[in-house]
Design a protein around this ligand. Structure first.
Ligand SMILES: [Zn+2]
Ligand SMILES: [Zn+2]
Length: 139
């Protein structure tokens, strides 16, 4: 593993947040001005392929990267914020049902975060765009 890959892995593993490639790039740039964005993207994709990091995709938001320790996520439907939740590991149950080797699963629970709920109460209807309504149909 290259020094940069190792460093990116370290940033993701130690972060409490769910960082985007852009945020990781900016963090690296603080340490090393010569860092280019393509390097970050290439390393992220290599780390992901090796199963060393997790990628969380939410429609309408840039991909976010996370450690591979078993946990699931709450996703705010309005602002896209991710929050970790710890549920039982379903790997075995799923594995038993499908009967063929599984790779991983990704559980996302839709909700409206406290901040957004507060905003909605203060300004009913303001935060709900057409986009949010379209999204609702998907679930
Ligand atoms: Zn929210
Ligand atoms: Zn997480």
């Amino acid at each position: 593993m290259t020094k940069n890959a190792k460093y990116i892995l370290e940033i993701i593993s130690s972060s409490k947040n769910h960082l985007t490639a852009e945020q990781i790039f900016l963090m690296l740039k603080e340490k090393n001005r010569s860092v280019v964005q393509a390097m970050v993207y290439n390393n992220l994709s290599a780390l992901y392929k090796q199963g060393l990091i997790r990628k969380i995709s939410v429609e309408g938001y840039p991909d976010r990267y996370d450690n591979v320790i078993q946990h699931d996520h709450l996703v705010c439907r309005i602002c896209g914020k991710l929050t970790d939740i710890k549920l039982e590991d379903l790997t075995e149950k799923i594995q038993n049902q499908i009967g063929i080797p599984m790779l991983s699963y990704d559980l996302k629970v839709q909700y409206i975060c406290e901040e957004c709920r507060k905003k909605e109460q203060e300004n009913p209807g303001r935060e709900r765009t057409d986009y949010d309504e379209n999204k609702e149909e998907a679930f």
